[in-house]
Ligand binder design. Structure first.
Ligand code: NDP
Ligand code: PYC
Length: 353
C-alpha cells in the first residue's frame, strides 16, 4: 500500500480466514515462497485481529519494499543447527524470522521437554512484527517462553547523543490455569517506531519524554523523531539496560547484527531490520510429578486482581481477538481494495469473505 488513507473511515468486517488468505496471496504475488507467505500471512492477520495495529496490515508496504529491493530473501531456506544439547541455532539465510523460528520449533519443544529448557538463537533474520505471536503458542503447550529481538538504530541510550539501540521488544508467555496464557510484549523504547509512524500519519502528537529531534532536543512531534531524531528508552537508564541486554543476546550471542550495524541505504524501500532473535523455552514442570506452574500462576493473577490491578498485559489483545472472531476484523475499505490489487485478480475469488 502506498499509504494507509487515514481520512477514509469507511470500513467493513472480514473474517480472519479471509484476511489471512488475502495476505497470503499478497506475499505470494510479491515473490515469497509458499511456506513463507503462509506464515507471514497468519502472523500479520493475527496482529490485525488482535488490534496490534502497529504490526498488522499497516506493515505490508514495508514487507513488500524489503522484498522488492532485494534486502530480504522471501524464499530463503533456514538452516537449523544443534549447537548443544539444548542450544539450537538457526541461520535464517537473510529470510524472515518467523519461518526460521517455525523450522526449529518442534526441536526446541522436544529439547525443552527432555532437558527442562532450550535456547533458540536466530541470526541473519528479518523480524518486522509483534513478538507475542512467537511466544503465545509455547504457553498454549504448557511451556514458558521469553523472546527478544533487536531492530534498527532509532533509540538513544540514557545520556547518549546518537541512536545505537533499536526499539528492541521483549515478550514473555506463561500458562495460567483456567485462562488464556499470560502474555506481555513491549518495546524497550518509550514507544514503538510503528506507533510513531501511525501518529505522524494521523497528525497526532507523542506524549512528552518519548523522543528527541535531530538536534537532540525533546519533541512531541512524531515527524521530527522520524526525520533524523530518535526515541528514548522507557524508564530512562533502566529501559536502556534492558535494551542493551537485547542487543547482546540478539546479536553478539546469535551471530546477528547489532541494530547500529543495520544499513539498508543501498536498498531503497527496505524497512525490515536484518538482525537476530533469541527465544528461551522452559518446561516449568520439569522434574516434578504433576503440573504446578499454571496453578501457581493462577493464584498470582487472582492476588493481583484482588489488589486492584485493572487489567493484565495481553487482556486488550484477547478482548479484540474475541470480538474479531465474533464480528469480523474491521478493515478500511481503501486498505482492503489496495490489498486486493496487490494480491492480483486471481486471488480475489479465493479470498471472498
Ligand atoms: P504497549 O505499550 O502497547 O503494550 C506493552 C504491554 O503492556 C502489552 O503486553 C500490553 O498488553 C500491556 N499493557 C498496556 N497497557 C496496559 C495496562 N494499562 N495494564 C496492564 N498491561 C498493559 O506495546 P509497545 O508499544 O511497547 O509495543 C507494541 C508492539 O510493537 C509489540 O507487539 C512489540 O513486539 C512490537 N515491536 C516490534 C519490534 C520489532 O523489531 N519487531 C520493535 C518494537 C516493537 P495488550 O497487548 O493487551 O495491550
Ligand atoms: O515498531 O519499533 C517498531 C518496529 C521496528 C521493527 C519492527 N517494528
Amino acid at each position: 500500500m502506498a499509504a494507509i488513507d487515514a481520512m477514509d473511515q469507511t470500513r467493513q468486517a472480514i473474517s480472519f480466514a479471509h484476511l489471512e488468505a488475502l495476505l497470503e496471496a499478497v506475499f505470494l504475488k510479491a515473490g515469497a515462497a509458499a511456506g513463507v507467505a503462509r506464515i507471514l500471512a497468519e502472523n500479520c492477520a493475527g496482529c490485525e485481529r488482535d488490534g496490534a495495529l502497529s504490526h498488522g496490515i499497516f506493515r505490508i508496504p514495508g514487507y513488500l519494499g524489503s522484498m522488492k529491493s532485494g534486502w530480504v530473501d522471501p524464499a530463503a531456506t533456514p538452516v537449523v543447527e544443534q549447537a548443544g544439547d539444548s542450544f539450537i541455532r538457526v541461520d535464517a539465510a537473510n529470510g524472515f524470522a518467523q519461518p526460521a523460528v517455525a523450522a526449529a520449533t518442534a526441536l526446541v519443544i522436544e529439547k525443552a521437554r527432555q532437558n527442562g529448557a532450550a535456547v533458540l538463537a536466530v541470526r541473519n533474520s528479518h523480524h518486522f512484527s509483534a513478538l507475542w505471536p512467537d511466544v503465545e503458542p509455547f504457553a498454549r503447550q504448557g511451556l514458558l517462553a521469553l523472546s527478544m529481538v533487536n531492530s534498527f538504530p532509532c533509540a538513544v541510550a540514557f545520556g547518549a547523543h546518537e541512536p545505537v539501540f533499536g526499539t528492541n521488544p521483549v515478550a514473555f508467555a506463561a500458562p495460567c490455569d483456567g485462562a488464556d496464557p499470560i502474555v506481555a510484549d513491549l518495546a524497550t523504547s518509550a514507544i514503538a517506531n510503528g506507533d510513531v509512524q501511525i501518529a505522524a500519519r494521523e497528525g497526532k502528537a507523542l506524549p512528552p519524554d518519548h523522543g528527541v529531534d535531530r538536534h537532540g532536543q525533546p519533541t512531541t512531534d512524531p515527524k521530527a523523531v522520524l526525520d533524523g531524531g530518535a526515541l528514548l528508552t522507557f524508564g530512562g537508564y533502566k529501559g536502556a539496560a534492558i535494551s542493551m541486554m537485547i542487543e547482546l543476546f540478539c546479536a553478539a550471542l546469535t551471530g546477528g547484527k547489532f541494530s547500529f550495524e543495520v544499513d539498508w541505504s543501498a536498498h531503497p524501500g527496505a524497512e525490515t531490520p536484518h538482525t537476530g532473535q533469541l527465544i528461551i523455552v522452559i518446561d516449568p514442570d520439569a522434574g516434578r510429578p504433576s503440573s504446578h506452574f499454571a496453578m501457581r500462576a493462577r493464584q498470582f493473577v487472582d492476588r493481583l486482581e484482588a489488589a486492584g490491578a485493572s487489567r493484565l498485559p495481553g487482556e486488550r489483545r484477547y478482548r479484540n481477538r474475541r470480538q474479531s472472531i465474533e464480528k469480523g476484523i474491521l478493515i478500511r475499505n481503501t486498505d482492503l481494495r489496495r490489498l486486493q490489487q496487490l494480491a492480483g485478480g486471481a486471488a480475489a475469488a479465493k479470498t471472498r469473505p
